[in-house]
Design a protein around this ligand. Structure first.
Ligand code: MSP
Length: 525
């Protein structure tokens, strides 16, 4: 048997200073869809997510809430971040916290190796620091605000909050050594950073010169202690980036590490630089492979700006899932926003797509087909007779939708994968209108033709269930059971979706897959 193709995908690990909003949920859902697709295609898949718990930002939040940072992180992980994964039906294989002992142990091994190999030295640093980004900033990253609370001050362009001037003795990572190797990497592996817009920005950034990176802090102690100097803790990003390696056994379980690594890194474009510059440089220094890809997706915008808690524009995922359900949440964000571009969320658009695409387009198709098999053939899916060009066209669309969706997923064009699959929804609906099974049912001489039409639409529906399962796992599982598919829908090879056998017994759905929603939630921001 051929070895299964490895597919390791990781989300960024989330700061536990606050509760999740739909921007965070967006990253999770996208990673989950990709992981489910690959898992369902039989690839040796691993989906990692987790939380980023060290650093000043978390420390300050904890102190402001009269809590120790660890107690604060525990609380947020258990009451917000892990429940988010349940809410969104995320099929993660692991959840790493940077306060896990397994992480801290492996980080120390990595650090010591870089230190012993001469990639770390001690020096002094003075610069502007944004606690929101947990990053030293260049003047280009800052702006002066003419009015408001921070009038006349230099604020971070991302957070809109004043930066602080820090001057510290620090340990530095010799990142500048990796300027040319990084440029060579971007050149030799053109799909290493995607999409193109993010790739270009990063290449420009690296070409303009790389400084060494300050990787330790001595003004607070919430972090991993530097093994050769206990007065310093590790810079939170250096610590956090390592999670992708420590979670799969770096430093302690070489076999597992080699099985999984390298990962596909899915990140918001705001943090692509950390993942496409610092992280590969760290790995190169340690003699390890760089990630297989870094994909920087776009932002969910509110009023044209990145949705964020600090700007009070966050929408909690439950506000949407409570009304529309988790499948609709997953579908909407993957369909409505081109993956890699920014997109504005609107309740109206969500409600309209829910009604037109999920309830009327797909849900209604499923209910009608299942009802017709019950009514005309006592629930037994008939065998098809001779195929006409119209039936063959549906089979051809099934195959094309399968191949196109798979190719789109390979390119991370998640929205295009859904659009390809939706051609089948539309063609099946059109086919039913033209073939008029209700008319065929009235003429006993057309019984064989009715068999063929019914067999064709059940087959198309089954193919849809398999293809849509990574996107809307609950609805497709119900549909698959209802049309008498073998096993669970998640066990069906998604790359061969159109090849399922499509014979069996149909049992009615207990309720519509996407019931009508009378009053969508009003806009709450
Ligand atoms: N802790 C760091 C990541 C460390 S990874 C080694 C971090 N955390 S975060 O919680 O602030 O953000 C996590 C992810 O959520 C990022 O990929 C970020 O881009 C994404 N999003 C946060 N707000 C977002 C939107 N409004 N829209 C889309 N994604 C957004 O950064």
């Amino acid at each position: 048997m051929a070895a299964r193709k490895p597919f390791y995908i990781a989300t960024p690990i989330f700061y536990v200073n606050d509760v999740p909003h739909i921007g965070h949920a967006y990253t999770e859902v996208a990673a989950d869809v990709l992981a489910r697709w690959h898992r369902q295609a039989g690839d040796d898949t691993w989906l990692l997510t987790g939380t980023d718990e060290h650093g000043q930002k978390i420390l300050r939040t904890a102190v402001a809430n009269d809590s120790s940072p660890k107690a604060w992180a525990d609380k947020l992980v258990n009451t917000s971040w892990k429940p988010l994964l349940e809410t969104l039906n995320i099929s993660n294989d692991d959840f790493i916290r940077t306060t896990d002992e397994r992480h801290e142990t492996a980080v120390l091994i990595f650090l010591q190796k870089l230190y012993d190999d001469g990639f770390i030295y001690s020096g002094e640093y003075e610069g502007y620091y944004c606690v929101g980004c947990e990053e030293y900033k260049q003047l280009d990253d800052l702006m002066e605000t003419p009015d408001g609370d921070y009038a006349g001050q230099l604020v971070c362009k991302i957070h809109g909050r004043p930066v602080e001037i820090l001057k510290e003795k620090n340990y530095f990572f010799r990142m500048s050594d990796f300027q040319q190797p990084l440029l060579d990497l971007y050149e030799s592996q053109p799909d290493f950073i995607q999409p193109e817009s993010v790739r270009n920005e990063i290449i420009q950034f690296v070409k303009s010169g790389l400084d060494d990176l300050s990787i330790s802090r001595s003004s607070f102690d919430w972090g991993i202690t530097i093994p050769w100097d206990p007065t310093h803790v590790l810079y939170v990003w250096f610590d956090a980036l390592l999670n992708y390696a420590t979670a799969v056994g770096y430093g302690v379980d070489r076999e597992n590490f080699d099985r999984r690594w390298p990962a596909v890194q899915l990140v918001g474009k705001d943090i692509a630089r950390f993942h496409a510059v610092i992280w590969p440089a760290m790995l190169m220094a340690a003699g390890e492979k760089v990630p297989s890809r870094v994909f920087g997706h776009g932002w969910l915008l509110v009023g044209g700006e990145k949705m964020s808690k600090s700007k009070l524009t966050g929408i909690a995922p439950e506000q949407i899932t409570d009304t529309f359900g988790v499948d609709a949440f997953r579908y909407y964000f993957m369909r409505a926003i081109g993956f890699g571009s920014d997109g504005s969320f609107s309740w109206e658009d969500l409600a309209a797509r829910y009604q037109a695409e999920l309830a009327n387009g797909f849900g209604n198709l499923a209910s009608r087909v299942i009802a017709m098999i019950g009514r005309y053939r006592d629930g037994v899916v008939p065998a098809a007779g001779a195929l006409t060009p119209a039936d063959e066209a549906i089979r051809a669309t099934e195959q094309r939708a399968t191949d196109d969706a798979d190719a789109a997923i390979e390119r991370f064009a998640i929205h295009e994968a859904l659009a390809s699959i939706w051609t089948l929804v539309e063609e099946l609906n059109g086919y039913i209108t033209i073939q008029e099974p209700w008319a065929l049912s009235k003429d006993p001489a057309k019984a064989e033709r009715l068999d063929t039409v019914l067999a064709t639409i059940v087959h198309g529906l089954g193919t849809l269930a398999v293809l849509l399962s990574p996107f809307i796992p609950d609805a497709t599982e119900k549909l698959w059971a209802s049309i008498g598919g073998d096993g669970t829908v998640q066990q069906q090879d998604v790359r061969a979706a159109w090849l399922w056998t499509g014979t069996g017994t149909v049992t009615p759905l207990e309720s519509s897959l996407f019931p009508r929603i009378e009053q969508p939630e009003p806009a709450v921001v």
